[in-house]
Write a protein that binds this ligand. Structure first.
Ligand SMILES: NC(=O)c1ccc[n+]([C@@H]2O[C@H](COP(=O)([O-])OP(=O)(O)OC[C@H]3O[C@@H](n4cnc5c(N)ncnc54)[C@H](O)[C@@H]3O)[C@@H](O)[C@H]2O)c1
Length: 392
């Protein structure tokens, strides 16, 4: 691959993960930009990056930088993606692509006109066993998909004293737990089954209608580490949901259900799916990601341990280490970035992208809007449609 140079915007939880993943994918990180010059300097120093650029604009003005990774809070994605597209650079945006479907539809159009690679970081697809599950479903090994169930649960917002910009609708968007983590699950099951979710029925729950907002801000995923001496805080009303259930219908008629929560003690970051077909069931858990459970009716069940020599080609290609040498969360970013930059290297940007596209990012936002509408209207909603179809 030619020596690509990338910039990462955002120095919080996930920005440094992009820096590490880019380096492991063989891409030079030319700039890392925070919200203030001081944050930029500190983050660059920590990551060994020359602080030659101090703003997104200076990155966009640098013709030696090929691509920009946006890892800033959600409401900045829309203006920042537009700026990157105007500059003619490739863009990889953290999820969600934008905060509403008007914005995300506009970004889909702009990206098409710009003629650059434009991706959204739904990284969970890039666990090799998630690619394996997709290959098995597409080869018909599990038979017709009947139902898709699972959950994505965490505990870092369990207490009313836990706080982050995400809990505020004006900063993270009106839908929170479902949009923040549930969309990873929704993206993943659509990727694996190849079926779009066409209608939803949701029931959301705000466990803490009031949280204590620390004066001076808080860190993402600070969890128990934040439980020292109580910091000064102010009571803040919360409109976004901590948890929720979503019933689903897929385009092929399969049914499903998703449970999402950021208030489940002990579950740190746990995504589980179970895809039941006419012949077999596939089940996977992101907290033990090197193992895929294969359920059979008439023979013993199986456990497939991630080992490139045992996987389908598409999964083996994104498994870098031999079996037993466990791969995890940081590897998914490396593999996503390898796919993104190899696609640019090949140069046919009209070819199907091997990473989540802006169109798929837009679809996730349509799903979120349908879920929120369904919750408010207490009934089924067609994804992307205006009407609400209430069922008996
Ligand atoms: N794919 C994943 O697994 C994953 C995981 C976590 C977060 N995310 C997404 O990444 C984004 C960031 O989340 P996070 O958890 O890292 O949040 P965070 O609050 O930890 O970090 C956000 C960073 O953006 C910086 N920032 C704010 N305004 C800026 C500006 N104008 N210019 C440059 N930097 C600015 C902040 O200083 C902060 O360092 C969110 O959209 C989130 O949904 C994705």
């Amino acid at each position: 691959m030619r020596p690509f140079r990338a910039a990462v915007i955002g120095t919080g939880f996930i920005g440094p993960v992009h820096v590490e993943g880019l380096r492991r994918a063989g891409v030079q990180v030319a700039a890392l930009i925070g919200s203030t010059p001081e944050k930029t300097r500190t983050a660059c120093q920590r990551s060994g990056i020359a602080p030659d650029h101090e703003s997104l604009q200076s990155v966009l003005d640098d013709p030696t930088i090929h691509a920009v990774h946006l890892t800033t809070p959600n409401q900045l994605h829309y203006p920042q993606v537009q700026a990157v597209l105007r500059s003619g650079k490739h863009v990889l945006c953290e999820k969600p692509l934008a905060v509403d479907s008007r914005q995300s539809a506009h970004l889909v159009e702009l990206a098409q006109v710009a003629g650059v690679a434009a991706g959204v970081a739904y990284n969970i697809r890039f666990y090799p066993l998630c690619h394996e599950a997709r290959a098995r479903v597409h080869q018909g090994l599990i038979g017709q998909v009947f139902h898709v169930t699972g959950s994505y649960v965490q505990d870092w917002l369990l207490k009313a004293s836990d706080f982050n910009w995400r809990v505020l609708a004006e900063e993270g968007g009106a839908l929170r737990a479902v949009a923040d983590i549930g969309t990873h699950w929704l993206d993943l099951v659509q990727f694996i089954t190849g079926q779009k979710i066409v209608s939803v029925c949701a029931d959301l729950q705000t466990v803490h209608p009031q949280r204590h907002r620390p004066v001076g801000g808080s860190q993402t995923f600070s969890g128990a580490a934040a439980a020292g001496a109580p910091a000064p805080s102010q009571p803040t009303a919360i409109q976004t949901e901590d948890a929720g259930a979503v019933l689903l219908q897929l385009a092929n008629g399969a049914r499903g259900v998703l449970w999402v929560s950021q208030t489940t003690a002990g579950r740190k970051n746990c995504l589980r799916f179970e895809i039941a077909g006419a012949e077999q069931t596939l089940a996977w858990n992101s907290e033990s990601p090197n193992e895929l459970w294969i359920g059979n009716r008439d023979t013993a069940n199986q456990s497939l341990i991630r080992d490139p020599s045992l996987l389908q080609d598409s999964a083996a290609q994104i498994a870098a280490y031999p079996g037993g040498h466990n791969e995890g969360f940081p590897d998914t970013f490396k593999q996503l970035f390898c796919q993104f930059y190899q696609y640019i290297e090949v140069g046919d940007l009209s070819a199907a992208a091997p990473f989540p596209t802006f169109a798929e990012g837009h679809q996730e936002i349509l799903l979120c809007e349908a879920i929120l509408q369904s919750h408010h209207q207490r009934g089924w909603v067609t994804v992307g449609g205006k009407g609400v179809g209430r069922r008996a």
